[in-house]
Ligand binder design. Structure first.
Ligand SMILES: [Cu+2]
Length: 138
């Protein structure tokens, strides 16, 4: 996965800016850049209150995807997986459902307390953008 990002960078694709926002106290990594073949904008927001995340309870994100013009990106393929960066306890898939044009509701299940990272990949018409968000389960 990381190798493919590097290749994408090397072939000179355009940078895509997206804003990573959290609804609560999570990471301070509020802005990240991703790279794709064309400009796409991804915005990820945690709907679950970060302070209330419990292990074995669903965590919900809203991913908004749009063209730079603001036109929603509908019909994209969204893959999500969560893992614990400090442990080798596995990589778990999440679910993503488009609930409105360009709005994808993402659910993941942290199966134990601790630090988790959620890696989200958006694919649309040959463009791929990825981002990672972190959160703590109690
Ligand atoms: Cu673990």
């Amino acid at each position: 996965m990381k190798a493919s990002w590097g290749i994408a960078l090397l072939i000179g694709v355009l940078a895509v800016s997206f804003t990573l926002r959290y609804g609560g106290i999570v990471d301070s990594q509020s802005d990240q850049s991703v790279y794709t073949h064309q400009e796409m904008r991804m915005e990820l927001e945690m709907e679950t209150d970060a302070a209330s995340i419990q292990s074995m309870e669903e965590v919900v994100f809203l991913l908004r995807a749009a063209r730079p013009s603001g036109e929603p990106i509908s019909g994209a393929t969204v893959h999500i997986r969560v893992s614990m960066p400090d442990m080798l306890c596995g990589i778990l898939p999440g679910d993503a459902v488009e609930t409105a044009p360009g709005h994808y509701r993402i659910t993941v299940l942290p199966v134990m307390p601790g630090r988790w990272q959620a890696e989200t990949q958006l694919s649309w018409q040959g463009n791929v953008s990825s981002m990672t968000a972190s959160f703590d389960a109690h």
